[in-house]
Design a binder for this molecule. Structure first.
Ligand SMILES: Cc1ncc(COP(=O)(O)O)c(C=O)c1O
Length: 387
């Protein structure tokens, strides 16, 4: 049987991984600055991750949501304490798209309405409702079109948003904490605060998609917390399980649950919860959010010395490096000649990095040196500070 060929793949077979490195069959190390789309949060094969998941597997790996699951309560308590969303309720599922799918559905259940506002360049996943709010027609099959009414508006344009919300038809506004796939644009603090208020005024729910930008990646638990706003629903996935498929929604207590309203067979199973707890425990033990803020400053100041870089976007360890030409060849050279994984985005001129949250400046420095060398067309460059 052949694999359904939907992924362009690098000709690399990682067979083991530790921390910020992956190793192929020949033992060649690769510096992983991308974490398989921002998933590796506490580092590959972190000892806490291995012990939590192994111990859980030796007890009970799976049962459905038809029984008591104290491990879900433990995860909820830890999430409440670390995220600051003390009063929201937790629903667990399996992937980012599924989290957004449920968020949109909840907003519609709660308000009785069905129009949604999303943003130009957004990416919210590939299931039906999530695709409808994703600004990329190429991903839609005919069956996905005209699912429910959606308006795509510009980030940080208050007038545009206001006029659509004023119709009173909108059940939700969904926005990424920082746009990932779209290319690292983000809502300003003023705009997010306006958005939260405008949603309240017009009876719409504010959904913050923190699937890529959450779980400490930007130096706060969620990126929107840099702007001091609270969302009605927060969706999360990626870094939540450090590679184990687990996702979830934080839901405002005013949104009332009823049996059968949402559901999933695998969501919140014992193993998934053990992986998410390992991530939360490690974030706390290693003070990772503080580390992210510190190391990010060092990385940004290292990158600022490379005059060929047009702009550095993003926050914490969700960074976009914008050039004035396409990054495709640079990414290929970084991987082929320097064994460094980086990411792309819908903006062809933007290199995206999402390294493990514990990465040190020493570990990432070879990337900065290699990038400087490639951009200057020379092999090495002496960077003057942060050595
Ligand atoms: C912001 C955001 N939302 C949703 C998704 C979809 O997540 P998943 O691929 O787990 O369905 C992604 C994936 O890249 C994402 O970046």
């Amino acid at each position: 049987m052949e694999l359904f060929d939907v992924y362009p793949r690098f000709n690399i077979n990682p067979v083991s991984a530790k921390g910020v490195y992956m190793y192929d069959e020949q033992g060649q190390a690769y510096l992983d600055l991308y974490g398989g789309h921002g998933v590796i949060s506490i580092g590959h094969s972190h000892p806490n991750y291995i012990s939590h998941v192994t111990e859980q597997l030796n007890q009970i790996g799976y049962y459905s949501n038809s029984v008591k699951m104290p491990i879900q309560e433990e995860l909820a308590q830890k999430l409440a304490a670390q995220s600051g969303y003390e009063n929201h309720h937790l629903f667990l599922c399996n992937s980012g798209a599924e989290a957004n799918e449920n968020a949109i559905k909840l907003a519609s259940f709660h308000t009785g309405k069905k129009r949604v506002i999303a943003f130009i360049n957004s990416f919210h996943g590939r299931t039906a409702a999530a695709l409808n709010i994703t600004d990329n027609l190429n991903l839609q099959a005919p069956i996905n079109q005209d699912n429910y009414p959606v308006d795509f508006v510009e980030l940080n344009n208050t007038a545009q948003l206001q006029s659509i919300l004023a119709s009173g038809e909108v059940c939700a506004v969904i926005v990424e904490g920082i746009q990932g796939v779209g290319g690292l644009d983000e809502p300003s603090t003023d705009y997010l605060q306006f958005l939260a208020q405008a949603c309240k005024t017009h009876g719409a729910l504010l959904i913050l998609d923190e699937i890529q930008s959450g779980f400490g990646r930007t130096g706060k638990f969620f990126a929107h917390q840099h702007s001091n706003v609270e969302a009605d629903i927060v969706t999360m996935a990626k870094g939540m399980g450090n590679g184990f498929p687990v996702a979830g929604l934080l839901i405002h207590p005013d949104i009332k649950a009823k049996h059968g309203m949402l559901g999933t067979t695998f969501g919140g199973n014992h193993l998934a919860c053990s992986a998410a707890i390992a991530v939360l425990d490690t974030m706390k033990e290693e003070n990772l959010m503080h580390h992210v803020r510190e190391v990010s400053e060092q990385i940004v100041s290292g990158l600022q010395q490379i005059t060929e870089i047009k702009r550095i976007k993003g926050k914490g360890l969700m960074l976009g490096i914008e050039l004035d030409h396409p990054v495709k060849e640079i990414r290929t050279q970084l991987l082929r000649d320097h064994h460094i994984f980086t990411g792309a985005s819908d903006n062809p001129n933007l290199l995206r990095i999402l390294p493990p949250l514990g990465i040190t400046y020493r570990e990432i420095k070879p990337f900065i040196t290699a990038l400087a060398g490639l951009l200057k067309g020379i092999e090495t460059i002496q960077l003057t500070s942060n050595t």
